[in-house]
Design a protein around this ligand. Structure first.
Ligand code: G3P
Ligand code: MG
Length: 230
């Protein structure tokens, strides 16, 4: 089962920061999930629409430039990273799952991905873009046919995994609380990977294994890997 660090190794380090990303890399994860938002002039790695919960700033992320956001403390004196910093730190070591939060203009984002591919900062294999906004995923897949798409869902649709097949997705990322075996079986029959979020407790890890999922997002990759190795 693949292990993805959720917001980096966010149990022990401030979520979506450099230390959480470096710790995830040290834990030799199969991938790192981060949340991407659009600031005024650049893409930044932060989960909430507002700065308030994870930094000492106040207000909406989209109302500040990346440099302004960097003035705020994202925990332990760390800064909110830009997307480019994340790509550079990863240095193509593992898969980056970029979860696009909210709706933003995608043409510039597609160009950023293309230039990183052209500069060999990242390979197509090591990038997976996910979103709850499937219209955005559909647009991106048409614009960048090589791009791996992860369809996020917090529900079990009537037609099971068909929505993701229609999107030409690589994977489905589903809330662990809705996971069931018929859904996983249907997804596999359609050639899709199934990854569950967010799975930290041993009891939940066992349930995901029983359902046959291909991977889990966990806040504590080291502990999860240790448990799975037993
Ligand atoms: O990408 C999986 C998971 O992170 C989705 O929910 O709220 O933790 O970003 P959230
Ligand atoms: Mg996320």
């Amino acid at each position: 089962m693949k292990i993805f660090a959720h917001r980096g190794a966010s149990t022990h380090f401030p979520e979506n920061t450099q230390s959480a990303i470096i710790a995830a890399l040290k834990a030799n994860v199969d991938g790192i999930e981060v949340d991407v938002q659009s600031a005024l002039d650049d893409y930044v790695i932060i989960h909430d629409t507002y700065l308030d919960r994870t930094t000492n700033g106040k207000g909406k992320v989209c109302d500040f430039s990346a440099q302004q956001i960097k003035q705020f403390d994202a925990g332990n004196g760390e800064q909110v990273p830009t997307l480019q910093q994340l790509i550079d730190w990863n240095n193509n070591q593992t898969l980056l799952n970029l979860e696009l939060k909210h709706t933003f203009e995608l043409e510039k984002f597609a160009t950023v991905l293309e230039s990183n591919i052209a500069n060999k900062k990242i390979t197509a294999d090591n990038i997976l873009v996910s979103s709850f906004n499937h219209h955005q995923l559909h647009w991106l897949k048409s614009r960048l046919p090589w791009l791996k798409i992860g369809a996020l869902t917090a529900s079990i649709p009537l037609q099971y995994a068909k929505f993701a097949q229609d999107l030409q997705a690589y994977s489905i990322h589903i809330d662990k609380n809705f996971m069931n075996k018929p859904f996983v079986d249907d997804a596999k029959m359609r050639g899709l990977q199934v990854f569950a979020y967010t799975v930290d407790e041993v009891e939940d890890i066992k349930l995901m294994l029983a359902c046959g999922v291909d991977g889990i997002f966990t806040n504590d990759p080291e502990r999860t890997k240790h448990y799975l190795a037993q």
